[in-house]
Design a protein around this ligand. Structure first.
Ligand code: CP
Ligand code: NVA
Length: 307
């Protein structure tokens, strides 16, 4: 049986491969014309059970730029698991497509899908992981700062899929990851313990607290994401109250390094996790970050499709 390479979490890629991917992304971003037909005749499936702007369009446009094509299937199209078992759809689509991007709710759905797929599956976001986002974020930081050495990345907000992916990639790449969440929404302790053990081997550091000011102190990058993720709207009113002191505002950003970069995976809820002023400030690199989704994913597609 042929082994198929998937990207379900950042665990599926080594630190060396991340560096290679970034090198390739840099080349492709600089000279896109050189890669124009690399995936000619290939077709990508985009299976989305949640809405998307960046992930959908950056993958579809990126595939077109590489000479391939893409088919989008939205939440109303195939009713994965309801109209037909996940394992059946995965096997059928594998016969038509060369690569699939799947955005879903519970992470075990994308795991099951990948298990039965004979072509590479890329997780386009699950409740547990958003690997393309974290890879892009690190590429963007490297592009802006020149490297990842001695970097302090501070995350303020909900310990969600984006948080978990940034944490895991920080550990892999050996940087300092400091975070602040409300006490009730702190990340799983077992996960943090495991990551701290791994960090000992990679030189990474993890600092967690319930104090945003503490987390951002001396940070090179301050990152946040929505308090209420897609599909987690239940109890949102109460949850928002608990996050009131975790908004990234100008006074909070001032506690980081003077030239701190502000990042957000987007979409942002202006006035909730971040103020308008921060998003529009000279510190904010959110649109370069969004653009880079496409460049990084183009390199990823070439890598997964063996070109
Ligand atoms: N950041 C991100 O994944 O955005 P979308 O939900 O718009 O794809
Ligand atoms: N944490 C957010 C990220 C959106 C890109 C969500 O899952 O809705």
């Amino acid at each position: 049986m042929k082994t198929v390479r998937h990207l379900l979490t950042t665990n599926d890629i080594s630190a060396g491969e991340v560096r290679e991917l970034f090198k390739m992304t840099k080349q492709m971003k600089k000279k896109p014309a050189l890669f124009r037909n690399k995936l000619g005749g290939k077709t990508m499936g985009l299976i989305f059970e949640k809405p998307s702007t960046r992930t959908w369009i950056s993958f579809q446009a990126g595939m077109a730029q590489l000479g391939g094509s893409a088919i989008y299937l939205g939440p109303e199209d195939i009713h994965l698991g309801r109209r037909e078992a996940i394992k059946d759809v995965a096997r059928v689509l594998s016969r038509y497509l060369d690569v699939m991007v799947y955005r879903t709710f519970a992470h075990n759905r994308v795991e099951e899908f990948a298990e039965y797929s004979n072509v590479p599956v890329i997780n386009g976001l699950s409740d547990f992981s958003h690997p393309c986002q974290a890879l892009t974020d690190f590429f963007t930081i490297e592009e802006k700062i020149g490297g990842l050495k001695n970097l302090k990345l501070a995350y303020v907000g909900d310990a969600n899929n984006v948080f978990l992916s940034l944490l895991a990639l920080s550990v892999k790449m050996g940087i300092m990851f400091s975070y602040a969440t409300p006490e009730e929404f702190a990340p799983d302790e077992k996960n943090i313990r495991q990551k701290r053990e791994l960090a000992r081997q990679t030189g990474a550091k993890i600092e967690g607290s319930f104090q945003p000011e503490e987390a951002v102190k001396n940070a090179d990058v301050v990152y946040t994401d929505v308090w209420i993720s897609m599909g987690q709207e239940e109890g949102a009113v109460e949850k928002r109250k608990q996050f009131m002191n975790f908004q990234v505002s100008m006074p909070l950003l001032k506690k980081a390094k003077p030239n701190v970069l502000f990042m957000h995976c987007l979409p942002a809820r202006r006035g909730e996790e971040v103020t308008d002023e921060v998003l529009e400030s000279k510190h904010s690199i959110v649109f370069d970050q969004a653009e880079n989704r496409m460049h990084v994913q183009k390199a990823l597609l070439l890598k997964l499709l063996g070109k």
